[in-house]
Design a protein around this ligand. Structure first.
Ligand SMILES: *Cc1c(COP(=O)(O)O)cnc(C)c1O
Length: 393
């Protein structure tokens, strides 16, 4: 018999990284509710509530709006493999880790992929998308990352969606980080398909990926000549479980669906407009504080995400040591850079429950301490004063 480890007792962290974000106690409590079966009428009724709450946050009437069992990447893969058939032409905006990943997923699905590139931290321009579409014979899909979590860039979607339709293509948006933190208007912007994740601005643990498919996307699904490459993510099978028929496909992660329902209830109680305003106000106060610490944003001015702040590490500073001090001495997690931005940026998330005034002030004071420990000259209390002034404005 091996020795049994003691009960796991994670420390209470303040989660200010690129996800997961802090989870409300009501969502944690929902996870501890008794299990029912995945075909129990009580669970089936709950599934309908989850679908309807998801339609509310996505601002859509789309009937095919469901949580995929898996994290945000499963939602990405689900959208791509259900819409794309081998040989299809796909245009993907690539300006960070997630656009790169989406292009890779589409390539693996057999698509001929055109990468529309922008420097990391900047957004893809509509003219670039248009030029790429003109070079296609019969484009099937245009895909963009609404909130590029690796760089903090906030990508406009409406013009690209219109251009996609003008060229007879569908438009897919990655809304993993934006959903419930900034406006995502599926129907009004003409987005045919979108996916998200639970652990960013929805403030739920990771594990489900809400997706929505509009009429044009559903039609493309019906007209496929080949079966969907992934059996697990095949929406023609999943819609029979999540729709009227309730045919077993895989066992829904029961507790995660309880948690998502509760997280969505919290979003609806707050209201989308109030939630977006809160994310923006906390971002602006953080930005004011960071400026007074002499820190600059790595993302393009005018296209900075409110929920993900990518900050340039001062020259010569050991960024990992700063993060370590924030974690060990202050209990705060922030993120480091990915890919070409590794070692060069910090990623500060103010997502969902994590987006609070108390967190902004706590982080700025902890950052002042950690930067001073690295020999960076900072005026005592200046960052807090700047943030407080931003809140008062
Ligand atoms: C986090 C994230 C994903 C992937 O989600 P996982 O839950 O990590 O699988 C995809 N796209 C964007 C923009 C993200 O921020």
């Amino acid at each position: 018999m091996t020795t049994v480890p003691g009960a796991f007792a994670p420390p209470a962290r303040v989660l200010l990284g690129p996800g997961p974000s802090d989870v409300h106690p009501r969502v944690l409590a929902a996870l501890a509710a008794p299990l029912v079966g995945h075909l129990d009428p009580v669970f089936v009724a709950m599934m309908e509530e989850v679908k309807s709450l998801l339609r509310f946050v996505f601002a859509t009437e789309n009937a095919l709006t469901i949580p995929i069992s898996g994290t945000g990447s499963a939602g990405m893969e689900a959208c791509v493999v259900n819409l794309v058939e081998p040989g299809d032409e796909v245009v993907v905006g690539v300006n960070g880790v997630f656009g790169t990943r989406l292009a890779e997923v589409a390539t693996r699905a057999g698509a001929t992929v055109t990468r529309v590139e922008a420097p990391w931290g900047r957004v893809v321009r509509a003219e670039q998308v248009e030029a790429a579409l003109r070079n296609c014979r019969q484009p099937k899909l245009v895909a963009l990352i609404h909130a590029e979590t690796s760089t903090g860039a906030w990508q406009p979607l409406e013009d690209a969606a219109r251009l996609a339709h003008d060229h007879g293509a569908l438009f897919l948006a990655d809304c993993v980080t934006s959903l419930a933190g900034a406006p995502v208007e599926i129907d009004r912007w003409g987005i045919d398909a979108a996916y998200s994740g639970t652990q960013k601005c929805l403030s739920c643990p990771p594990g489900l990926s809400p997706i929505t498919f509009g009429p044009r996307a559903v039609e493309a699904l019906r007209r496929r000549k080949t079966p969907v490459q992934s059996w697990y993510l095949d929406l023609t099978l999943l819609e029979r479980y999540w729709g009227e028929e309730r045919v077993y496909h895989h066992t829904a992660p029961i507790s995660m669906n309880y948690a998502l329902r509760e997280a969505l209830r919290l979003v609806a109680e707050e209201g989308l407009a109030a939630r977006f305003a809160r994310h923006r106000a906390n971002h602006e106060a953080l930005a004011a504080g960071l400026a007074s610490l002499g820190l600059a944003f790595a993302s393009e001015e005018g296209h900075r995400l409110p929920m993900l702040n990518a900050v340039t590490v001062p020259d010569g500073m050991d960024e990992a040591r700063v993060r370590r001090r924030l974690l060990d001495a202050h209990g705060i997690e922030i993120g480091g850079g990915l890919g070409p931005m590794k070692g060069r940026v910090w990623r500060i998330g103010l997502m969902g429950e994590s987006s609070r005034r108390a967190h902004v002030l706590l982080l700025l004071s902890a950052l002042e301490d950690a930067l001073r420990a690295e020999g960076h000259r900072v005026a005592a209390g200046a960052a807090l004063a700047a943030a407080q002034a931003a809140y008062a404005a």
